[in-house]
Every structure is written in structure tokens, then in C-alpha cells.
Ligand binder design. Structure first.
Ligand SMILES: [Zn+2]
Length: 364
């Protein structure tokens, strides 16, 4: 039996809720986390039409990229499309879950998948900072390895493509247990000297509680001596946008053609051509104006995103070609990625891609 919390926890392994922007509202929005899931429908937006589709396909859970409840609800009377959609979900016992800016920031998130449409492998354009911590602790030599292994399984010690990363040095630990203590080594009120190892590992901030609990469980001491430090490091795999290079540079005209072909669209807006060839391309699924300066600073010849405003197109300043392919068009591919991800974890379980086109923007 697969429950809502199993699906949520799988989604949050990929896109932890801690990675969402402060203004966001990702996570479980409607429904009980202990409810059994009959099937999942994956959509970019949640609308009444998507709820109808879920019902018709016997899916009682909808995973949407955009949270239908975003600014909070003070009443639920059906006076607008948000309230109507939420009421319909509740009446039909349909669970709503959103994975939004946390999925934008996750490794292989929205912008990565937009870049994959162009066959580009690169890196995160604007990696996050202050999302990593360092744990140092002291452990008797004979327990060092088992504690290290337990911490690695709990998610500590991962740096880029490297797992099980740690540094160990050795020294002498000194302590005197008081009369209330129940020491693993030594006796109450007797000063002790023990050959100890100091182990240092990096960890994601959002896993701190879990990793500390693992340390306390795996460590033989009654009182574990440890330090947690905040790091200033950037976390290169996590953050907004994506940037990489085409195998061969192409003309601007070919590039604009390529966008139509790769994204299957006919209409989009772009800033004036610069006359330069295109090789390095930056991407951001959704509203990406906030990364225009980063894309320019990173030396991108072009930046593909959505929701660029009139005045923001001037920021191209003949250095870059800014392309607004549309919010929906720049993110819709994440539906396939979510379906594939969940299907791999929950084999033989219905994870369906919504066929409803929720794009509210039409071209005349
Ligand atoms: Zn979006």
C-alpha cells in the first residue's frame, strides 16, 4: 500500500522542501499524509479541469509544479478559481501536492530539464550558499569506521560526484566522568585519556537533525563531543538556472530556429540579435528575469527563460540575446521528469502525465 507520505518523501529526496524560496508554498497542500494513493497525475498547474482528469483516471493524488494555494486562504467559498479548485479537490477526496521552487533548485530540476531539450550538459547558473554545514566529532579509534558509515548512509559526506567523503585525524581525548555518568570508557571521578579520532564531514543543512540523531545512535559514548559549523561554501549542484555549451557554435538565425524545433513552439519573443555566434546558453524554467545579470556575467551568448518584461529586454545591451519562450513552455518538460522519477521508485504504480494543457496564454 503506497501512502501520500511515501510519495511526498520520495519527492523530497529529490527536492527537499527546505530548498524552496521563502515566499513559496511547496509541499502537501490538501489531503491526509496517511491516505492510500490510487494513482498520481502529474501536471504543471492544478486546475478544476486537472481534477476532473484525475478523477477520470482513478488518480487520487495530483502533483503539480505550481502550488494552487500560494498566498494563503482566509475563506473557502468558491469566489475564484483557486478556491473552486481547492473545494473540488476536497469534495472529490483528491490530494494536492506541489514541488515548486524547491524543484527549481534541486539537482536535475526544472532548468536542467529545459537545457536537456537542447542536449546541453553544464552546471547550475546560480548555486545556493549557506546550505551546507560541517560536523566534527570525536570517537574511539575502533568505532570510527562504523560511525562514519552510518553518517554517510544518513546523507553526510557527499560532495558533487563523490560519496563517503570525510577527513579523520587522531589525537588524545581527555575527560573526567562525574558520579552520575555511565561512561563507555573509564570510571566516575577518574580522569581518563583515550586515543580518539576526530572525524569531519560535510552535510546538507536540511538533514542536520537526522544526521545528529544517527551520530548519537551509532556513537558508543553516553555524551558525544561534537561541533556543528555553518559553512559559507556554495553548493554547486543546488540552485537556480543552468548554463552550458552547445557542441558547436551556431548562427543566431539557426539558434532561433532550433528553439522552435526543440521546444515545439512557433511563437516567442527575443531581444535584438547581437550579430554574434551562439555557443554558451543559460536557462531558467519559469520567470527567470532575476538571472539576466548572472547569465551575462557568466558569458552566455543567449538566455532562454520565461516572463521577461518589456524593460528587462533592454538589459541585453547587445551582449546577449534574451529569449522569452513563455512560462509554461519553459517548464512543461518537468512533467515527464517527475513521471520518470516516481515511476522508477514506485514500479507497477500508476504515475500518469496530465494531458490537460493548463497554459492560460494563447496566441492570436
Ligand atoms: Zn513556474
Amino acid at each position: 500500500m503506497i501512502k501520500v507520505k511515501d510519495i511526498a518523501s520520495a519527492m523530497e529526496q529529490w527536492a527537499p522542501l527546505a530548498w524552496q524560496e521563502s515566499y513559496d508554498n511547496a509541499g502537501l497542500l490538501v489531503g491526509d499524509k496517511n491516505q492510500e494513493v490510487s494513482g498520481i497525475l502529474v501536471s504543471l498547474d492544478c486546475t478544476e479541469e486537472v481534477i476532473e482528469e484525475a478523477k477520470a483516471k482513478n488518480c487520487n493524488m495530483i502533483i503539480a509544479h505550481h502550488p494552487i494555494i500560494f498566498k494563503g486562504l482566509k475563506s473557502l467559498t468558491g469566489k475564484n478559481y483557486v478556491e473552486k479548485t481547492v473545494i473540488s479537490a476536497i469534495k472529490n477526496d483528491i490530494i494536492l501536492y506541489a514541488s515548486h521552487t524547491n524543484l527549481d533548485h534541486a539537482p536535475k530540476g526544472v532548468s536542467y530539464h529545459l537545457a536537456q531539450k537542447f542536449g546541453i550538459k553544464g552546471q547550475v547558473l546560480s548555486p545556493v550558499k549557506e546550505n551546507l554545514k560541517k560536523l566534527s566529532f570525536f570517537v574511539p579509534r575502533e568505532n570510527a569506521e562504523s560511525v562514519r558509515m552510518a553518517l554517510n548512509s544518513a546523507g553526510a559526506g557527499q560532495i558533487g560526484n563523490y560519496d563517503n567523503c570525510s577527513f579523520t585525524s587522531e589525537g588524545i581525548g581527555r575527560f573526567t566522568p562525574n558520579q552520575e555518568a555511565n561512561p563507555h570508557i573509564g570510571k566516575a571521578l577518574k580522569a581518563e585519556e583515550v586515543e580518539e579520532m576526530k572525524v569531519e564531514v560535510i552535510l546538507p543543512s536540511h538533514k542536520e537533525a537526522e544526521i545528529l540523531q544517527t551520530l548519537f545512535t551509532a556513537h558508543p559514548y553516553e555524551e558525544v563531543s561534537y561541533f556543528i559549523q555553518k559553512l559559507d561554501n556554495t553548493w554547486n549542484e543546488v540552485g537556480a538556472g543552468y548554463i552550458g555549451e552547445l557542441e558547436k557554435e551556431i548562427s543566431e538565425a539557426d539558434f532561433l530556429q532550433m528553439i522552435k524545433q526543440k521546444l515545439g513552439i512557433q511563437n516567442f519573443r527575443h531581444s535584438p540579435k547581437t550579430g554574434k555566434k551562439i555557443k554558451k546558453i543559460a536557462f531558467c524554467g519559469g520567470a527567470g528575469s532575476f538571472l539576466i545579470q548572472k547569465a551575462k556575467a557568466a558569458g552566455a551568448d543567449a538566455y532562454i527563460t520565461g516572463d521577461i518584461k518589456y524593460h528587462e529586454f533592454f538589459d541585453a545591451e547587445n551582449q546577449i540575446i534574451l529569449v522569452d519562450v513563455g512560462h509554461y513552455e519553459s517548464e512543461v518538460m518537468i512533467k515527464d521528469a517527475i513521471c520518470e522519477y516516481l515511476s522508477n521508485i514506485f514500479c507497477n504504480f500508476a504515475v500518469l502525465k496530465s494531458e490537460t494543457n493548463t497554459n492560460p496564454i494563447n496566441f492570436a
